[in-house]
Design a protein around this ligand. Structure first.
Ligand code: ZN
Length: 383
């Protein structure tokens, strides 16, 4: 039996308090391929933790039967700082209170430090380069001297993920269908089978790779950035790293948790991390689309938000997706401001119906195939 559980202790930030992160490991340390799965970096997003709750006993059973060939690291709730953010009977969890950062930004781009450490030794041998880069990235993390709790969390978590072959960061949106964010460099290949296995209803790719320093961004883009920096060295995209948005915050129940866990398990089998038969790849539900083709709807005013189209629906350019209603305006339909789709595509996410909208608030996202003039060069992220 290889399963082990340990805790990472984070430094105390206030007298009398200290937090820790539980880490599960299956398979032999150093065995390949290595998968790293975490949930709830945005701490009020628990569908991923639910999927891992159902996945872990499956891994325990696979371990008992000797089926785990690679290594699997599972961090069911990676952000105890955000988990503690209870305020006025609400659980917040997206932004750190101390520095006001989004928990899923400002992760470490290690490409510069890796280049300094081993750049001159990168050559024509792919396997040698992979080993050199992974070792240098771990050394760079080992040399960091984090000063506080959040920095320590980032360093310690990246030590678990940076040398993995596959990194899955499980999130959810406010009201959404299952969707994926990944890098163009991973498509079609491994990312195509991931999208099919988990049943993604939209897949959005950063082209060529994420510039924002999200957790999944930095793990995958390390390889892309080094490949760009050393074009004469054979540097593959050695880590498939994706942000998996497991639907809506409230989509937490046993049937969904179980089926998400089964899908993740099947993908680990397909990748050769667990032995077994993955079976035929399910059909892809949606072709991937570029981030620059993702239409983002913004509220034009303050008011009550109502949707005219369900999440997951295909919409055409010009379709009214939602309305923002001025509650103080007595003119009925004239009190409603519509927000229209500006592309053809899948309405994959938005806020909950009945939420308050304010000027500039993101009210929906649509995955469209065509690059949009008003989205070109913009990040996929609004906060
Ligand atoms: Zn999130």
């Amino acid at each position: 039996m290889s399963h082990s559980k340990r805790t990472i202790q984070l430094p105390s930030m206030t007298p009398g308090t200290a937090r820790q992160i539980a880490v599960h490991r299956f398979g032999k340390a150093g065995a390949r391929p290595k998968a790293y799965l975490q949930a709830a970096i945005h701490a009020n997003e628990l569908p991923g933790a639910m999927a891992l709750h159902h996945l872990m006993p499956m891994l325990v059973e696979a371990d008992r039967r000797g089926l785990i060939k690679g290594e699997i690291v599972v961090v069911p709730t990676v952000n105890p700082i955000g988990l503690a953010q209870l305020a006025g009977n609400n659980h917040l969890g997206r932004y750190e209170f101390l520095g006001r950062e989004n928990f899923n930004r400002n992760w470490f781009d290690l490409s510069g430090e890796v280049a300094e450490r081993v750049g001159s030794r990168l050559g024509a041998n792919v396997q040698d380069n992979i080993a050199l880069i992974r070792a240098a990235a771990l050394q760079a993390l080992g040399a960091m001297k984090p000063q506080n709790e959040l920095q320590t969390l980032r360093v310690e978590v990246m030590k678990l993920s940076i040398d993995a072959d596959i990194v899955l960061d499980l999130h959810c949106d406010l009201d959404a269908v299952l969707h994926l964010f990944m890098s163009r460099r991973d498509w079609p290949g491994a990312a195509g089978s991931l999208a099919a296995d988990i049943g993604a209803e939209a897949t959005l790719y950063n082209d060529p790779y994420p510039q924002a320093l999200t957790f999944s961004g930095v793990n995958g883009a390390l390889w892309a950035r080094l490949a760009d920096r050393f074009p004469n060295a054979a540097i593959p995209q050695a880590c498939l790293s994706a942000t998996v948005e497991l639907r809506s915050q409230h989509d937490v129940n046993h049937p969904l948790g179980e089926s998400d866990a089964r899908n993740l398990y099947r993908h680990l089998v397909r990748r050769g991390i667990i032995s077994g038969r993955a079976g035929k790849l399910p059909p892809l539900k949606a072709e991937p689309t570029p981030i620059a083709g993702m239409d983002v709807g913004y509220s034009p005013a303050a008011g009550i938000l109502v949707y005219l189209v369900p999440k997951g629906a295909w919409v055409h350019k010009g379709t009214p997706v939602c309305e923002v209603i001025d509650p103080a305006d007595a003119r009925g339909p004239k009190a409603r401001r519509q927000v229209l789709a500006r592309t053809d595509g899948i309405l994959f996410s938005g806020k909950q119906p009945g939420a308050l909208a304010w000027p500039g608030a993101v009210v929906f996202r649509i995955a469209g195939a065509k690059v949009l003039a008003h989205r070109k060069g913009m990040s996929g992220l609004d906060d």
